[in-house]
Design a protein around this ligand. Sequence first.
Ligand code: FMN
Length: 177
Amino acid sequence: MADKPFTLVIFTSMSGHTEALARAIAEGAGSLRNTTAEVKRARDVTPDDIGRASALAFGSPTYFSYMSGELKMLFDEFLPYKERFQGKPVIAFATGEGGQSKCIESIEGILESFGVDMVHRSDILTAGLAVQGMLDQKAKNEAVNAGKKLADAGVCFACRKATEEQGVTIGGEKPTM
Ligand SMILES: Cc1cc2nc3c(=O)[nH]c(=O)nc-3n(C[C@H](O)[C@H](O)[C@H](O)COP(=O)(O)O)c2cc1C
């Protein structure tokens, strides 16, 4: 994992709508103190990137009520690296012309089998982050806030991981060996 809690926002996009949403999420995620955020196209993401991240966002345009082939390919290829996703806070986002919640469902379905912690279920939105058409100011604000909440959950994840790795138990005592 990176030194500072790090949010990786992964997307695919042809005409720019989903990219704009990804950049707004990263803007929110990177605005927290002591955290960083990066935006990457799905085809450029490596298993090491997933391992370094303390929080992840995955987004796609809706194609035939599903995610793009490029994002599906990432999931297919990263199945052997499933443990790098486990327990990490995640949000799914999508743009479309009305069918984007189906796209979000398709992304979430795969991510659940990778063992992630879907952040929105508890405190973001009931249907992931969905946008129809180009990003307006309201959608942008929502995306920035979602990014902040995601990064915040990433900080908690990184703290829990560090505590586990140092062998510190709750209550502050190290186990005796
Ligand atoms: C091949 C193709 C299939 C599409 N299928 C759907 C669809 O099933 N439902 C929908 O709401 N929008 C659909 N769309 C619209 C796109 O999801 C929408 O324009 C999206 O915002 C494009 O994202 P981008 O600008 O990031 O490329 C489709 C677009 C294309 C090119």
